[in-house]
Structure formats: structure tokens, C-alpha cells
Design a protein around this ligand. Structure first.
Ligand SMILES: Cc1cc2nc3c(=O)[nH]c(=O)nc-3n(C[C@H](O)[C@H](O)[C@H](O)COP(=O)(O)O)c2cc1C
Length: 396
């Protein structure tokens, strides 16, 4: 008990201070309006969960119409989204929780129905290895530059809307990852081929976002980057490629790196011989040069502390904050016995889970939610297999 430090403040190098080291992981609510505007259902969901964690990362927002990934996704593609985004940042920033907006372009991980007739785009015209995946259009040189600008404009809007930072969603198979991946990127120009060329797009996005922050942010504003450690297609990103990329990202000017895995203790799944946990290997490469955020199946205060003790700077919890919005407040009140680790379907209204998100959790994500009526499953099921929340369906 005495050696716990997760409730102590954390200061980023740029001066931003978090009141504790607990982060709510980004989770899409599927509950925005058809045009990407925030809804009052979402504001109520975030209001209940804000105030406890040091930092809350929003569900991912699309930066341009053609980059929209799901129905009911939040948008930051137009100034028309600003009013709603201001309400969102104000809602999250209660009781000194910092508000980080996650942003992305879905690339090929969307479809022409969601895009209202437009075809998805990606680095190359290669479809994802998923049922019913459409063949995306390969981006032209000019379109690549426009998307880099779209990321900068979205960041400017996030600053105007009062957020404390943005997180670039370079994980879970979306466009930033698609450029790095030798599966989705078969280009033979400066944006594809060698390691240097495949990292050019993510680094150009980081650069343009950084310049935007330098030009417009009047108080410390954070730039985070989320990565997935490996892909399962051949060709595809292997963990050793990711470690090399992390070395590059560490010196790229980002304020933190955030790993996306379904279990904090997971080992690389593509490398049979490698038994060293992913987080431990990433942490060794970073070597304290920038903060590392990690998580995956973390639920209890002891698990949060163990994760910090293993070299993480901040610990992110996703599903646990859906089930238990008052996790931090209960720890503060020494009332840990009342923290809930399972959720009943009939509690979802009381927990302010938007109806559209309830459908999603009940259907697409049912197996990951651990409803009280489900058979008990061990919480370590994503230790040796990829989790659906990582954007892959493959079970190893
Ligand atoms: C309903 C739901 C929506 C999610 N949406 C996002 C998202 O928008 N962006 C993202 O990076 N990860 C997303 N994730 C993944 C989580 O951020 C997190 O990495 C994953 O759930 C594992 O952590 P956990 O075991 O603490 O839930 C989502 C997960 C869930 C359950």
C-alpha cells in the first residue's frame, strides 16, 4: 500500500501536470450525430468518467470526411464541429482531469457506405485481409500532402476547442499504420519501400502537428502517438520493425508514446522464441527519454501499480472505466472493495453508456465486456492472443 505512487502527480517535459497517473483509454462511443457532432448522450458519458483520471483520451475523431471510420464517429474535420468539441473539452476538464483528443484517418479500414459513396483511400490499392474489405484508392502525392494538412487543421481546432493535447492514432490498423505497413504500403515513390520511406508519412504528420502546436497553443499542449506492436498479415509489420520505429518516434518530438495491446503482459505473437513482454521491450528502447503509456486488461489498483513498477509512466484503462466510472474516486476514499469489475446489462443506463454504444458493447464487443450474466472468463485471455479492441479478428 505504502509503495503505491499511481495517485501522485506526473509532469510532462513541456510543463503539463497530471494530478495522477491513471489514464482513461480512448474508446469510441458510436454515439455522435451522423455528421460527426457530439451528442448530449456522449457528454453525459464523459461527464460521469471525468474528474477522476489524471488524463482522459477521447474516442477517436476523424480529421477529414474521407477518413471517417465508423457510423456515429466523432468528427474534427470542419469548423462546424468546434462548438460541440468545446463542450466536450469543458466536460472532461472538470476537477482537473486533462482532456486529450485522439485523431485519425481510417484509410482502408472503412467502406463506401460509411463514406456515403466515396471509396476508401490508403497508401496503395490493396484491401485489408478482412471479410468484405473494399479495394481502396491509392493516394496521390497531392492527396498525401492534403491529409498531412488535415491533421494540422484538426490540431488547430483541438487547441481552439480547449483540449490539453492530441493523440495521433497510429495503431489498430488505421492510415498512419497503413503507411508503415509493408502489407498496405506497396508504393515505389518516396512514401513507400524502405523503412525510411514507410515512416515518412507518420513523421511528416508529427512534424506538421508540432508546428501547429508551436504556432497556436498558448499553454502546454501535449502530442501523443499510439502504436500497435505487430501485424499478422504477410507481409506485415513485425515487432522488430516496430522497435526500430519506436526509436525514431522517441526522437521525433512527441510528448509520449502509447502502446495498444489487449493485455499488458503480452509477448510478441509473431516471434515464437521471444518470451519478453512487449511493454518491457518498448520500455528498454525508449529508456526514459519520453513517457510510455500502456495498459490492456488492467483493472485493479494493484494491477495499475504493478504496471507502473514495470516501467510505464502512466497506466491506461479502457473497459474498466466503462464498468467503473468512479474508479479513482473510490481509491481516493479508500473504498476499493466497491470497485466493480463486471457490469450488468441493466446497469448500462445508470452508467450513462449511450444507447448506441450499448448496442455495440452487447453485440460486436460482447465477448470482451464480461457482463455479469456471461460465463466467467479469466482476465488473462489476451495474454497470448490478439484482442478484438486492437483492430484484428485473428485469434492465434
Ligand atoms: C468500446 C471500445 C472502443 C474503443 N475505441 C478505441 C479508439 O477509439 N481508439 C483507440 O485507440 N482504441 C480504442 N479502443 C481500445 C482501447 O483504447 C484499449 O486499448 C483496449 O480496450 C484495451 O484496454 P482495456 O483492456 O483496458 O480495455 C476501444 C476499446 C473499446 C472496448
Amino acid at each position: 500500500m505504502n509503495s503505491r505512487n499511481f495517485m501522485q502527480p506526473y509532469q510532462f517535459k513541456n510543463g503539463l501536470v497530471l494530478k495522477n497517473r491513471v489514464v482513461m483509454a480512448p474508446m469510441t462511443t458510436m454515439a455522435s450525430f451522423f455528421n460527426g457532432q457530439i451528442t448530449s448522450d456522449e457528454l453525459a458519458y464523459y461527464a460521469l468518467r471525468a474528474g477522476g483520471p489524471g488524463m482522459l483520451i477521447t474516442g477517436v475523431a476523424y480529421i477529414t470526411e474521407r477518413g471517417k471510420g465508423f457510423e456515429g464517429q466523432l468528427g474534427i474535420a470542419s469548423d462546424l464541429h468546434l462548438a460541440g468539441l468545446k463542450a466536450l473539452s469543458k466536460t472532461i476538464k472538470q476537477n482537473n482531469t486533462k482532456a486529450i483528443l485522439q485523431i485519425f484517418h481510417a484509410g482502408r479500414m472503412t467502406n463506401s457506405k460509411i463514406l456515403r459513396g466515396m471509396m476508401p483511400v490508403s497508401a496503395s490499392a490493396i484491401s485489408a485481409e478482412r471479410p468484405n474489405a473494399e479495394i481502396p484508392e491509392a493516394l496521390s502525392e497531392a492527396e498525401i500532402h492534403t491529409i498531412i494538412e488535415n491533421f494540422a487543421h484538426a490540431t488547430h481546432r483541438a487547441i481552439q476547442a480547449g483540449f490539453d493535447g492530441v493523440e495521433l492514432h497510429g495503431a489498430n490498423t488505421y492510415l498512419l499504420q497503413q503507411f508503415f505497413s509493408p502489407h498496405s504500403n506497396r508504393r515505389v515513390d518516396q512514401w513507400g519501400g524502405s523503412f525510411e520511406n514507410r515512416t515518412r508519412f507518420p513523421l511528416a504528420v508529427i512534424d506538421s502537428v508540432k508546428k501547429t502546436i508551436e504556432s497556436f497553443a498558448e499553454s502546454p499542449f501535449i502530442l501523443g502517438y499510439r502504436i500497435s506492436p505487430e501485424e499478422f498479415e504477410t507481409p506485415g509489420i513485425r515487432f522488430q520493425d516496430t522497435l526500430k520505429f519506436i526509436e525514431t518516434l522517441t526522437t521525433s518530438g512527441i510528448d509520449y508514446l502509447h502502446s495498444s495491446i489487449g493485455h499488458i503482459g503480452r509477448i510478441p505473437l509473431n516471434e515464437g522464441h521471444d518470451q519478453t513482454p512487449i511493454i518491457q521491450q518498448i520500455s528498454s528502447v525508449i529508456n526514459d527519454r519520453i513517457p510510455l503509456i500502456g495498459g490492456g486488461s488492467v483493472q485493479s489498483p494493484d494491477e495499475v501499480q504493478r504496471a507502473l513498477d514495470k516501467g510505464l509512466s502512466l497506466v491506461a484503462m479502457g473497459r474498466e472505466f466503462i464498468r467503473e466510472p468512479l474508479w479513482v474516486q473510490k481509491v481516493e476514499k479508500h473504498d476499493e472493495n466497491s470497485i466493480r469489475y463486471r457490469v450488468s446489462e441493466v446497469e448500462m443506463d445508470e452508467l450513462k453508456i449511450p444507447p448506441a454504444m450499448q448496442i455495440y458493447l452487447n453485440e460486436s464487443f460482447r465477448e470482451v465486456m464480461d457482463f455479469t450474466t456471461d460465463n466467467t472468463k479469466p482476465n488473462d485471455r489476451y495474454l497470448r492472443q490478439v484482442a478484438p479492441m486492437e483492430g484484428y479478428e485473428k485469434k492465434l
